[in-house]
Design a protein around this ligand. Sequence first.
Ligand code: PMP
Length: 407
Amino acid sequence: AGANDLLDVRSDFPVLQQPMNGKRLAFLDSAASAQKPQVVIDAERACYEQYYANIHRGVYQLSQRSTQAYENVRGIVQRFLNAPDEREVVFVRGATEGVNLVAQSFVRPRLSPGDEILITEMEHHANIVPWQMIAEATGAELVVAPILDDGRLDMEAFRARVSERTKFISVVHISNTLGTVNPVEDIIAIARDKAIPVMVDGAQSAPHMPVDIQSLGADFYTFSAHKTYGPSGAGVLWGKLEHLEAMPPYQGGGDMIRTVSFEKTEYAPPPAKFEAGTPNIAGVIGLGRGLEYMMEIGRERISAHEQALLHYASDRLKTIDGLRIIGTAPGKAAVISFVLEGAHPHDVGTILDMDGVAVRVGHHCTQPLMERFGVPATVRASFGVYNDFEDVEALVSGLKRVKEFLA
Ligand code: PMP
């Protein structure tokens, strides 16, 4: 990977055009949330300016247009994931809601005391807490597969934790803290042998690599629009149709029913069954435009661009004494967590900000992982389509300044 792999799309993002503390803004926090291209902003704005109304059942023009624009996004998501059927696309608030929906509607009713849910040591809190909640409520147990020192999943240990008691497996596709890309195909092959359903937390894979849900073979996959260059408050839960048909609804309300009486309610078929209430209409439309934006560029190219930045940044960071990168798994994604000897991550982040360099500091919603590596927090630089070598240079010279400051 080299300069030829680089994209040049920074000018698509209005927010990046402003100076930050008098410097060129180096935004290195896409793992937390990505910035929005003009086309996404325009799509949401067009919805409100030209055709906004509540969706479904409206007989008037505006409602029909907004219904069509909203429903059209299911086909875009279907294409984005190569999903077999657009009825498998459920709109949610984000990955967090996607996991909670599956935990409450699909997994919880299947659990008895002594049953097990298997996750990994590198999960985001969003893929830990919902399972803990249903384990506590049912007497089931949460089992955690450990990771190796370089941030790879310990596959041997993982395999050893799969048993007759394992009722569900949920794993992160790409770690938001380490950048590790998990071998989910292998995990799913192990699960399939024992007929265990698998959920993949795609919050970090949907934005950064091509995802083909059919070759992946998962039962559920979820991601958030705000990381795929779309708005916050919108996201996708994809689930196999047979599961979605069999599952009880997650929430009750309008728009998810066929008929309601005080004696009995009949639910609408999926996906409507899982979309109670007025949804985030403009947000879903923006979600669709964000995915189209990614498909227009091409996810192979996005991935190659980010890999080029990752390799360049990793080499440049090696020139800084006392800097330790946490998470060095082969084939990792463009997320670099590190600690700097003698400097608290929060001080590093604050000093970098003075140079217009935006990084995240803290536990990144992965406290057990911080524990695993014996650090309270890390500095994390993460990359997106709009980053370039100049951003990396700003980070490196900022870190040199941090060292002078704190020496
Ligand atoms: N899983 C992972 C791996 C994530 O990085 C995130 C977001 N940081 C989530 C789940 C939760 O996503 P959201 O907050 O958008 O619901």
